[in-house]
Design a protein around this ligand. Sequence first.
Ligand code: ATP
Length: 324
Amino acid sequence: MSHLRAVPSAPTPPSRSGSATSVRVEAPGKVNLFLSCGARGADGYHPLTTVFQAVRLIETVTARRQAVGARGRVTLTIEGGPPGLPVDERNLAVRAALLLARTTGVREGVDLLLRKRVPVAGGMAGGSADAAAALVACNQLWGTGLNPAELTGLAARLGADVPFPLLGATAVGHGRGDDLSPLMTRGTYQWVFALAHEGLSTPVVFARFDELAAAAGRAPVTREVPGALTAALRTGDPGALAPALHNDLQAAAVDLRPAIAEVIALAERAGALRAIVSGSGPTVAALVPEAATAMRVCRALTASGLVSGTVRADAPVAGAREVG
Ligand code: ATP
């Protein structure tokens, strides 16, 4: 039976003890149910209105205390994901641990183990989920005691998409997408994600968005979240949500990667209620009514050879939280 979901859970409250030898934290990837993008501002950022939904594609970060005498470094080991992901300061999980240490004056290091399940460079904020999980895990391990609002402040400094995986569930994002307000939703939604053979860079997609707007001679403006979308989320009916899904970045992603349009059409022909580009793409998110359709959509996409794989996930799920 469906039920109304209350405001999503806040990040795990940190203990001040810092006595554990290891802390494991899970954080979700996301899909954008709605994304409206304005013109690039003088600061280089595009003003956004977006609706995030946290999906059950879960990143896990385990933070381990280092042996006494270790040099206070932050190390990272990655399981899963494609080879070649950075394990130094270019990795958002490492940056998160370093920022927390610097802000709180911690001199201890940490060994991070990251288990990746969110597709990389897929528009599903996997790196941001890793940063959110690392913040919560290190805050607990080190006993630094930052409260959820303080963690959210650090998250926003790491990237516009980092605060949302701390919060989870479903939320509206304004500004760069990091000014969040939780949304009340009912029920569970079933998604099929069509994974691309190759990722798309978020800045490249935004640049193409600018070029397409300039070529059309219009200055894009951010729209507010349509009432039809918030009303649909309160019904829990995927059939009502489907027509309200929207992504202003879709045209740019399709322009860069025309096969995305074929993937969308194929998913919808196979029974998806609606398929859209997730965030800046190239992952396509197909909303399905139930499990049998999900399987049909997965089979059709896999047989087409247009995708590198498919993955099913339900949503919404909670934000970054300690497990085990
Ligand atoms: P978004 O949806 O927020 O635009 P994305 O999901 O498209 O992000 P990510 O997978 O988060 O993209 O990361 C894109 C790039 O960032 C990768 O190609 C990689 O080089 C770098 N990166 C930094 N930290 C991570 C991380 N923890 N996991 C994956 N990639 C990372």
